[in-house]
Structure formats: C-alpha cells, structure tokens
Design a protein around this ligand. Structure first.
Ligand SMILES: O=C(O)C(=O)C[C@@H](O)[C@H](O)[C@H](O)COP(=O)(O)O
Length: 372
C-alpha cells in the first residue's frame, strides 16, 4: 500500500489521536494496533461486513501478537438498541476484554456508535479503535467520540463521549459499498462544505463522481472532512457551542428516522440528512436568511448525486407536520423547550439558530408537504 494520509485530532495530552486514510489499511492494521499496547482486541462488526473483512482483519492483528475475538450484530440502525448494546457488552466481557485491551469497531456508523458506547461503559471505559468501512463513518461518525444508541424517544439519546485512540479509514473498503450507502455517506461529505467551506462545496460539485468511483478524489474528500471535523472537535469536544454546526440537516433528519422506526428499507441516516439539509436551506431562504438560489443549488447537487431532498421521498410517507415536530421535540439541541436549528446565510455560512418558533416550523413543513 502507498503511505496513508494522516489527520491529527489534537486533543489534550494522551487523548490526541491520528486518523489514517488510505487503501489497504485493514490488512496493514497489525502494527498500528499493536503499537497501542494491550494483549487483545474485541472486534465488533456486523453480519454484512464480517464475511468481507473480519477474517482478514483478525489475521492482520494476530500476526502482530494480538488475541482477537469477533461479535457481529445485524446490519442497520435497529442494532443501536438496548438489546444489542447488552449483547455486545456481554460478548466483550465473555472475551475477557480488559481495560488495557482494545475494543475495535469494524463497520459503518451503526457499528461505530454501538461499539464505542460499549467501550465507553465496559469496565467504566476501555480503549477504543475505529476501523470505519462506510463513507459516512470515514468522513464523519468515526471521528470525534460521539457514541450511543437510539431510544424509542429518539435518535442517539443514550450515549457518551468516548474518543477513539486511532481511526483507520481503509478507502478500498468503500469499493464494496452499495450505491445507496455511498450516496448516504456523500450527504455528510457535502455537509462539510455547506457548514463552513464554500470552496469545498464547489470542489464537491466538480469532483463527486471521483469520490464514488474510487479516484484520488476519494482520499482527498475523506481527509478534507476529517480535517474539518478534527478542528471543530478540538475546539468544542462536548458540543457546548460550535460543534452543533455538524448537526446541519440532522434536526429534520433524525425526526424522519424516528418516524420510519429506524427502518433502513425506508430511510438510512444519510438520506435523512440529505432531506434535512435541503430543508434547512429552504427554511433559511423562507426566513429571508439566505438566497433562494443557494437553497436551489444545494438541493440540485444532492439530487444529482442521487439523494432525496423532499419529505415526499420518504417511502411510506414522512408523517404530518405535527408528527415531525413531536419527533423533533426530543432533539438534543432543544433548550428550555425551544428548538435549535442549524440554518444558513449561504453556502458555507451555517450558523446555530436557537429559539426557533414551533409555529414557523409547522407552517414551513405544511407547505413542504403540500408542495407535492
Ligand atoms: O459529531 C458530531 O457532533 C455530529 O453531529 C456529526 C453527525 O453527523 C452525526 O450523525 C452524529 O452522530 C449526530 O450526533 P447527535 O448528537 O445529533 O446525535
């Protein structure tokens, strides 16, 4: 393999860590994990990823003296549940994973969030490594230490901040991703441009096909997103301020995921984010904050990449405006009962907008639903 790109997340002292990005890192993982110390690695994965990579990954670690065991959950958001969390914790305990050992997430965002939460709580905290195998996890969820599971009340409502010690993003793993999962991850790539980097969004408009097809644009995009996220997380690790910007599109998106019961046949996270991002821009335009032209440009680009941008695109329907508002009421950004949205003054000019009036949101959603 060629030398991977490295992005540093410069948190305090020993909590700083590297994100390595490149093709072939799954097979080359041994020395990187062995260098962290520990005798054993408890690998958490899912039943789609396991047959593709688990044996190769285990062999790579065992060649470097690590004892390995694997627990695989069902693929999909449904595994971010109390029942699966308990199963994973008990499996890791059954493997005798100690505090000095490693819990490793080998998979997409669901596996990373679930394994990370298990690592955060097992023996009150075991060291954790992310080996993300989806675009979404490589550009976003594997970095920054947000871990957790869903509740019937809403998305990611039970969780902990637990930073990984290392992230290995093997971009060759994306070659086996379905077109749909690739698109879903791309919604988070575009998000980084829309939050604070208009040039990066322009670059995405020109280069997104290369990310999908596995050209050098793929590593460039993963590194650009990780660099942006590393900066935000280092400045505001626990989301007291700026980090909330990373939630662009997520207030609407999480509500949609809850409405479909986290059913991946209807909606996956990135699709919810794509619809939510288009809505956030149209809502900003309606409030007179950003030009309608910008909202149109965002929706056009997401649609060109094959992503949904309208509520009506949710199979089985998105519920009515009140159902959506009800789902949003449990958003973690709610303060004193009022909704906080991430809105935009233009492309690359997102900002945190607290105290958003529910009636304004209801009227907007009703118009969106009526637009057909
Ligand atoms: O890392 C963050 O901070 C994010 O908000 C990134 C999001 O894209 C990601 O989906 C995150 O897991 C959502 O977190 P939540 O706090 O809104 O549940």
């Amino acid at each position: 393999m060629t030398d991977p790109l490295t992005v540093r997340v410069p948190l305090d002292g020993a909590r700083a860590y590297d994100i390595l990005i490149g093709r072939g890192l799954i097979d080359a993982a041994g020395p990187h994990l062995a260098a962290l110390g520990g005798r054993a690695a408890g690998i958490v994965t899912d039943e789609t990823v396991a047959p593709l990579y688990a044996e190769r990954f285990r062999a790579a670690l065992e060649r470097h003296g690590l004892r390995t065991s694997v627990v695989a959950v069902e693929p999909g958001e449904g595994s971010k549940s109390y029942a699966h969390y308990a199963r994973v914790c008990d499996a890791l305990l059954g493997m005798r994973i100690e505090r000095g050992d490693l819990v490793v997430a080998l998979g997409g965002g669901v596996v990373g969030d679930l394994a990370g939460f298990a690592a955060a709580t097992l023996r009150r905290g075991v060291r954790f490594v992310q080996v993300p195998t989806s675009l979404l996890a490589q550009v976003d969820s594997s970095v920054g230490g947000k871990t957790g599971i869903n509740s019937p009340h809403g998305k990611n409502l039970i969780g902990a901040f637990h930073q990984p010690r290392l992230v290995l993003a093997d971009t060759a793993a994306l070659d086996t991703l379905s077109e749909r999962e690739m698109r879903a991850g791309y919604a988070e790539v575009a998000k980084y441009g829309l939050i604070g980097d208009a040039d990066f969004f322009g670059w995405c408009e020109a280069n997104w096909r290369g990310i999908f097809s596995g050209g050098p644009e793929r590593e460039e995009a993963v590194a650009a997103c990780c660099r942006a996220k590393a900066g935000v997380v280092t400045r505001d690790e626990r989301e007291d301020g700026e980090r909330a910007l990373l939630n662009l599109g997520h207030t609407f998106g999480h509500a949609l995921e809850r409405i479909v019961g986290y059913d991946p046949a209807r909606l996956v996270h990135g699709e919810g984010v794509a619809i939510g991002t288009a809505l956030a821009f149209r809502f900003s335009a309606r409030l007179g904050l950003c030009a309608g032209q910008d909202a149109g440009r965002v929706a056009n680009h997401l649609a060109l990449a094959g992503l949904p941008t309208r509520l009506q695109a949710v199979p089985g329907g998105p519920g009515d405006a009140d159902a959506l508002l009800d789902a949003m009421a449990q958003d973690k950004k709610v303060r004193d009962g009022a909704l906080t949205f991430i809105l935009a003054r233009g492309i690359g000019q997102s900002f945190i907008a607290p105290g958003i009036d529910r009636d304004a949101v209801r009227a907007f959603l009703q118009d969106e639903l009526a637009a057909g």
